[in-house]
Design a protein around this ligand. Structure first.
Ligand code: FRU
Length: 488
């Protein structure tokens, strides 16, 4: 049951309008993503009773087009005395020869469980009476976690990876490590443990430390390579989503160097991917909040889903990540369109304002040192979110340290090194949705952040260059409509 707070979260000026969010209260990881009988189903970790993490249920929503959503009743709730009595934690959905099947984590202790549906709309689920199908981690491993199954079909059987981590042991002088464990099954019900698919020692001194526990693994082929994504649990709030591109043969994965899946770190966490009917690899992630628990309770909601992101393998060997083309259906009105225009000190967005916008920009550096895009700027300048791209160093920076006068909304400075050759044009798409900002650069770099302006006038936009003149090839700004009401 969803307990509604005393006010409608959707009426809150900081609540997103075109990103998915639950009817009220708490959301974390996307779960069970599946394109079933022509509809996209999004399940998600949900505490329906409060705007804080708690006993986990699976919330549920359905979409005809990947971007407009309808809330549905809760799909899974903890069963008293069942292996998920303390929560139905994260997991995936598979098509078991025509039977939609959820493979999910029960707690406590952490175990693997199944639920199936005979309902074409996937509203009702029956838990397998033989749950748990895996009751405990493999013998001989001392794990700090064992959860979040990701299942796929391979060579006439099922394969699964499960997130795990080994604790550090100062006495034995062994550092902790993140791991994913590989299993096989003929029928989803009996599982055989094979070996760790991937493991990596945690070294906090590394530029990209990969943590001691890997949550929510997603393992999938992408245009000839294989990708492993893990939510690397360091210590909150510094956890982040890490990706590895590599080769997978005979149950062995040879990963390349780790990379950040989103330069907003913790603010894009625990993503899940799935294949849709047209064979596209799509990803949703949980957009964490940047304010205090007290603020969540007062707001009556916490946690937002990212826009659907389309993954690819790029010719330069990177993982491509772009908003799914369907996001264009969220545009309600074109506010500005410019082409082949000089960008200097003068504000090209004079007179444009808004808090639910998409801004698309293709710009050549020319003689400019940096490009500045400022959003949610208060009329007195007291609040502002600042995006800058430094052409020579090829650095994209988003600064939310001045975004809000609310002392409970912590700002941050996040940076994406784009590594572009000098002079190359930059392609940016920025999606502002009240307290959410998702930025996509050059088809691969994502930087997600959160902002909590307090003033009704914090709607202004500035776009200008410093240190010379850049050349705007094209600039478009759209007002965005609601994800819940296609007419809005
Ligand atoms: C990741 C996570 C998962 C777990 C779920 C519980 O955010 O911690 O590992 O299954 O959330 O809500």
């Amino acid at each position: 049951m969803t307990l509604q707070p005393s006010h409608d979260p959707f009426a809150d000026p900081l609540h997103p309008i075109y990103h998915f969010a639950p009817p009220a209260n708490w959301l974390n990881d996307p779960n069970g993503l599946i394109h079933w009988q022509g509809k996209y189903h999004l399940f998600y970790q949900h505490n329906p009773a409060e705007a804080v993490w708690g006993p986990m249920h699976w919330g549920h929503a359905v979409s005809p087009d990947l971007v407009h959503w309808q809330h549905l009743p809760i799909a899974l709730s903890p069963t008293p005395d069942g292996p998920d009595k303390d929560g139905a934690w994260s997991g995936c959905a598979v098509d078991d020869g025509g039977t939609p099947t959820l493979v999910y984590t029960g707690v406590f202790p952490e175990s693997v469980n199944l639920a199936t549906s005979a309902d074409p709309d996937l509203r009702t689920w029956t838990k397998f009476e033989g749950n748990p199908v895996i009751a405990r981690p493999p013998e001989g491993l001392t794990l700090s976690g064992f959860r979040d199954p990701c299942v796929w079909r391979e060579g006439g059987e099922w394969r699964m990876v499960i997130g795990a981590g080994e604790r550090d042991n100062p006495e034995a002088n062994t550092p902790g490590k993140g791991m994913v464990l590989l299993y096989r099954s003929p029928d989803l019900r009996t599982w055989e443990y094979l070996h760790p698919l991937c493991e990596r020692v945690f070294n906090p001194a590394e530029t990209l430390p990969t943590g001691m526990m890997w949550e929510c693994p997603s393992f999938f082929p992408l245009d000839g390579k294989w990708v492993l994504l893990v939510a690397a649990h360091l210590n909150l709030p510094v956890s982040l989503t890490v990706g590895f591109l590599g080769e997978y043969r005979d149950g062995k994965f040879t990963p390349g160097a780790p990379f950040k899946v989103d330069y907003g770190d913790r603010l894009f966490y625990a993503p899940q991917t799935f294949l849709d009917a047209s064979g596209r690899r799509l990803m949703f992630g949980w957009l964490y909040e940047g304010r205090t628990v007290r603020a969540h309770r007062a707001a009556g909601w916490a946690g937002v889903m990212s826009l659907p992101r389309l993954l690819s393998l790029r010719p330069d060997g990177r993982m491509g990540c772009e908003p799914a083309p369907e996001t264009a259906a969220l545009r309600s009105r074109l506010l500005l369109e410019l082409q082949d225009t000089d960008l200097g000190e003068e504000n090209l967005l004079e007179g444009i304002a808004g808090t639910a916008l998409e801004i698309e920009l293709e710009v050549e550096p020319g003689s400019a040192a940096a490009l500045h895009l400022q959003i949610c700027t208060a009329s007195d300048g007291s609040e502002q979110t600042r995006l800058a791209y430094h052409f020579t160093e090829s650095r994209l920076v988003i600064d939310t340290t001045h975004a809000s006068l609310d002392p409970e909304a912590a700002g941050a400075l996040k940076e994406a090194p784009l590594g572009k050759p000098a002079g190359e044009p930059l392609h940016l798409r920025a999606f502002l949705d009240r307290s959410v900002l998702e930025v996509f650069a050059d088809g691969w770099a994502c930087l997600t952040t959160r902002l909590y302006p307090t003033k009704p006038t914090s709607t202004g936009l500035n776009l200008f260059a410093r240190g010379g003149k850049a050349k705007v090839h094209s600039l478009k700004v759209w007002e965005m409509g609601s994800a819940f009401n296609p007419e809005a």
